[in-house]
Design a protein around this ligand. Structure first.
Ligand SMILES: Nc1nc2c(ncn2[C@@H]2O[C@H](COP(=O)(O)OP(=O)(O)OP(=O)(O)O)[C@@H](O)[C@H]2O)c(=O)[nH]1
Length: 730
């Protein structure tokens, strides 16, 4: 029985993708050329290209692994930490691909969009399924660039666990903090992988410290690196006291040597590992009472006698409770440390069962993704990924249920659980499916089809893209009649433009990129208005009096109040019309036509002639509110961004000088290895096109992250310049 589906990404051409229970289902269109045949040849499968009958697993093992052996995990990190490279290694070692893909060569499986391959970045999440030592792992590689935050969020809400990847030479970076917070919100157990241990400047200690300090997490060091940067050779498994060494002559890292540490051959390393293991045991005992009892009763005299499996089970519980995070390390590029990372995923991250979802599922037509091919399957157990086709009215972030009664039952149960929430470890949150938070778009630009006859095609393309990506907003400019795209950043809009061309065959024209300003009022004002219109033999007559006043909310949704004199009876029939009128008036402020923020509207009087339609009431209220807003003293608000620039010491001065010219407000300059990290605020209007400027200023050695902080009042000089520019005076 189908009781709960989560829709994750829909709308691209004919395939819609759904979440079944806690599982994410995405379109996967990776190239099949390097896929190893893991699909049984049969009635439905013979059409898959490149599949041979010999090296295949049984249908049962492919479609229905026991739920305890399923891991649904995401990979998350700051841009360029190495998610895609790590995923490629994982696919290779698990036998899913035959050769190693490389982001720098543009031939990875998960970065399958043309733009991803060209730019070497991940934009859309991709899902792949593979088996590792008897476990089924459904893995999602998510984008790291801030413009695609929503894509990360919609993945996280359905995962059972995640691997957070860090660049070991920089530790925690700006976007890591964002995705970490998102994972906290969705209660996702995590393990950390300190990647790039081979890189100059890599520091295990520094990266661990940054996890402790910046993420406020308790790192459990399950490994120690053997060597660092150029000398990085392998890792020590602290839990088992073994050393794992990769052969430096091997070009794919498939084979490695695992040996117990011995007093004779490695006295120093053994001593260091024993100390690390003892510290780990104490740390876990502090966090887990059951383990503490075991250690105290049986092993307090000698921690060496504590079996590795007992320690692993306790670490699993602590990871699940999210009171600490296991930390591992390696180098994806140099093919070291990936196999133990996979082991850790199966040992420490939870199965769907442990995450306490209790639905069973059934839908009419199910497809299983095998890269860009889909195999129809009759049924699927909870905890798996599948696709369904043809959902027309469902968009990313929606939850669908089989019937109204099952939805009500889920809501009732959530309510009951909510009452015991504090006792039951957020049971209600586990049952209810979290919505996605859609960030505010800060940029917009007009978009034109190649000819008027192509306008319907453009509208169709934008509709599909919006269903997939709710952070893209599309609206019609009421003055010019033009279509306006609103997005998260320059790159976001550029990619949308590119996708319209490649996927929908439409060559569109973008207007100049503009900042999404807001407006507010500075004093209280009252206005009255009357609308008197006769349509046919019917007279519509409304008189309204409203007050608009400034309040502090940081929201574009106006607060609506009613004076006591407004009759209950009148409100009953016309409340909806009144509020829709107020909302529509506040969408377009009198200064720039931007949304009005921080206002309260009070309705003081309303008289309505009998027979007046609600549309006329709405129109009159809207006009009256606009009149009031126009009368008030007004203020433009501009988006202020949090900026973090990481730059080599030598280039710090030109970067600071440039930021000073951009109205930048520097809060702090940190030292990170050989780099300086500049943290501050800068108005969005002054930071457009910054990536090109920064590249030129620093010979390509700097990176930056940008995120909306707040909307702030513009000073009067800047505001006048902007208003004059908009009205064409300058
Ligand atoms: N030295 C070193 N470089 C690495 C390692 N892993 C990845 N890289 C390099 O780092 C860059 C970024 O790697 P990706 O795998 O694309 O990183 P990503 O996190 O997927 O990036 P986005 O998808 O854009 O968020 C590439 O040039 C990789 O070759 C590593 O272990 N060591």
């Amino acid at each position: 029985m189908l009781s709960n589906l989560r829709i994750c990404a829909v709308g691209h051409q004919t395939i819609s993708s759904v979440h079944i229970n806690n599982i994410c289902c995405y379109k996967v269109r990776a190239s099949l050329k390097r896929l190893k045949p893991h699909v049984p040849l049969g009635r439905n499968y013979s059409s898959l290209p490149g599949l041979i009958g010999n090296d295949i697993k049984s249908l049962h093992s492919i479609i229905n692994p026991p739920i305890a052996k399923i891991r649904n995990i995401g990979i998350m990190a700051h841009i360029d930490a190495g998610k895609t490279t790590t995923t490629e290694r994982i696919l290779y070692y698990s036998g899913y691909t035959r050769s190693l893909g490389d982001v720098d060569d543009g031939d990875t499986v998960t970065d399958f969009m043309a733009q991803e391959r060209e730019r070497g970045i991940t934009i859309q999440s991709a899902a792949v399924t593979f088996d590792w030592k008897g476990y089924r792992v459904n893995l999602i590689d998510t984008p790291g660039h801030v413009d695609f935050t929503l894509e990360v969020e919609r993945c996280l809400r359905v995962l059972d666990g995640a691997v957070a990847i860090f660049d070991a030479s920089v530790g925690v970076e700006a976007q890591t903090l964002t995705v970490w917070r998102q994972a906290d919100k969705h209660n996702i157990p995590r393990i950390c992988f300190l990647n790039k241990m081979d890189k100059t400047g890599a520091s295990f200690k520094y990266a661990v410290e940054s996890i402790r300090e910046k993420l406020k997490a308790k790192p459990l060091l399950l490994q120690l690196p053997i060597g660092e940067a150029k000398t990085f050779k392998g890792v020590v498994d602290v839990v088992t006291k073994e050393k794992l060494l990769w052969n430096s002559n091997s070009n794919d890292g498939k084979d490695f040597e695992r040996k117990p540490l011995l007093e004779m051959s490695d006295p120093e390393l053994l001593k260091e590992t024993t100390e690390a293991r003892n510290a780990l045991i104490e740390q876990v005992a502090d966090l887990d009472d059951e383990f503490a009892d075991l250690v105290l009763e049986e092993f307090s005299e000698n921690f060496d006698l504590l079996p590795a499996e007992k320690l692993q089970t306790a670490i699993h519980r602590v990871t699940l409770a999210q009171t600490a995070v296991p930390v591992l390390c390696g180098s994806a590029l140099k093919n070291k440390g990936i196999q133990p990372l996979l082991d850790a995923v199966t040992v420490y991250l939870p199965s769907p069962e442990e995450r306490n979802y209790e639905f069973l599922e059934r839908i009419s037509r199910l497809l299983l993704p095998f890269a860009d091919q889909h195999v129809e399957i009759p049924s699927l157990t909870a905890g798996n990924i599948a696709l369904t086709v043809g959902l027309k009215h469902t968009a990313t972030g929606d939850t669908i249920v089989s019937s109204k009664s099952s939805a009500l039952a889920a809501a009732r149960r959530a309510e009951r659980e909510g009452e015991k929430k504090h006792r039951q470890n957020n049971e209600a949150e586990r049952v209810l499916l979290a919505g996605v938070e859609i960030p505010e778009p800060v940029f917009f630009c007009t978009i034109e089809p190649p000819s008027v006859s192509k306008q319907p095609d453009l509208e169709h393309a934008l509709k599909c893209l919006q269903r997939e990506d709710p952070s893209l907003k599309v609206r019609l400019d009421p003055d010019s009649g033009q279509t306006v795209l609103c997005g998260m950043g320059e790159l976001h809009i550029e990619i949308i433009h590119d996708r319209i061309k490649r996927e929908y065959g439409l060559e569109t024209y973008l207007g100049p990129l503009q900042v999404a300003y807001r407006e507010t009022i500075l004093n209280s004002v009252r206005a009255t208005d009357t609308l008197d219109r006769t349509l046919g033999d019917k007279r519509h007559l409304v008189t309204v009096e409203v007050e608009a006043r400034p309040i502090e909310t940081s929201s574009v949704t106006p607060v609506i109040e009613y004076a006591e004199s407004i009759s209950e009876g009148l409100l009953k029939v016309s409340k909806e019309a009144i509020e829709s009128g107020i909302h529509s008036a506040c969408l377009q402020g009198p200064l720039l036509g931007s949304p009005v923020q921080d206002v309260a509207i009070t309705l003081y009087s309303l008289t309505v002639h009998p027979g007046t339609s609600t549309t006329m009431i709405s129109a009159c209220v809207s006009r009256c509110v606009q009149k009031a807003l126009k009368k008030a003293d007004k203020q433009v608000l501009e988006p202020l961004m949090n900026l973090e620039v990481t730059v080599a010491r030598d280039y710090l001065s030109p970067v600071l000088a440039d930021l000073a010219q951009r109205r930048g407000n520097i809060q702090e300059i940190q030292t990170r290895q050989d780099n300086k990290v500049v943290i501050g605020f800068v108005p969005l209007a002054d930071i457009m096109g910054y990536s090109t400027v920064l590249r030129t200023l620093t010979s390509g050695s700097a990176t930056f992250a940008l995120e909306l902080s707040t909307y702030q009042a513009m000073n009067s000089q800047d505001q006048n310049t902007l208003l004059n520019r908009r009205s064409g005076l300058t």
